[in-house]
Each structure stands twice: as C-alpha cells, then as structure tokens.
Ligand binder design. Sequence first.
Ligand code: ZN
Length: 166
Amino acid sequence: MSVRPILTWPDARLEAVCAPVEAITPDVRELAEDMLETMYAAPGRGLAAPQVGELVRLFVMDTTWKEGTRSPVVCINPDVIERSEEMACADEGCLSIPGVMAAVERPTSVRMVWTDLDGLVHDQWLTGFAAICAQHELDHLDGIVTLDRVDAAQRDAILAAYAGEA
Ligand code: ZN
C-alpha cells in the first residue's frame, strides 16, 4: 500500500464524470487500499478515486476512525436510489480544496447501493454524517465539488479565501 498524491482544485480531473468499474481486478484492489491509506494519512474521512487521478467510480470512507474506531468502507459503482425529503445544511471540507469549508445543503438521508471489494452488493440507508460524506464523495465521481453546490455569494467568498491560502 502507498499514499498517493491528492489532486487539488482546480484540476481538470476533478471535473470529469468517472467511468464505471468494470471488474474488481488486482489494480482496483490496490487502488482502494492506497486510497484508504491516503485518506487516513491526509487525514480525512472520505476520498474519491478522481482525487488521486483515477477516473473510475470508486470512493472510500470511514466516518468513525477519528473517534477511535476504524470502519473502512469501499464503495464501487455507488448510486443513490432514494433521498429523504428532509434537507439540512452542514459545513463540508474537501481534501482537494484544502483550508476551506463550504456550507452545503443536502438530503439528510440517502439510500445508496454499491458493490464492495468482495463483489457483494450493499443496499443501505445512510444517515447523519455518513449520508453527508457519501453524497460528497459520490459528487466527486460526477465531477462535482462543494463549490458547485453553493450559491454565487458563498462561492465568491470561498474562492477569495482559497486564493489567500494558495
Ligand atoms: Zn471532496
């Protein structure tokens, strides 16, 4: 396993719509393991394949490790098939937009279907932080970042702060 460099916005690869994973090959397993290691090292709670330059529909997340319990999840070809009507706004960071937070409104619960590294299909309602994290990472697979989910005023403020960081 190895830590891979994380691309930062604006990198054109972060705007790509990623291709489905066709088969769980050794390369896919290695990518997922590297992504988990990269996520923990960053440190972050989620990481999508395009953030390390691989334009395939795969992300990893672990919503509990910072509290002391590791629960790594590898999501291959994830898809949200139902959303709660209830929405909530939460501050989201992104490893590809370091140093800034964006207040993004999303459904509070989503029903997501994905395949794991063993080829098992999961169909699960996610709530709380897991719902936020999964939607954030799934957005990356469609070339969407938090900046695309906020209004123009917030986007301008974020970009000004981001330019100040750079
Ligand atoms: Zn992100």
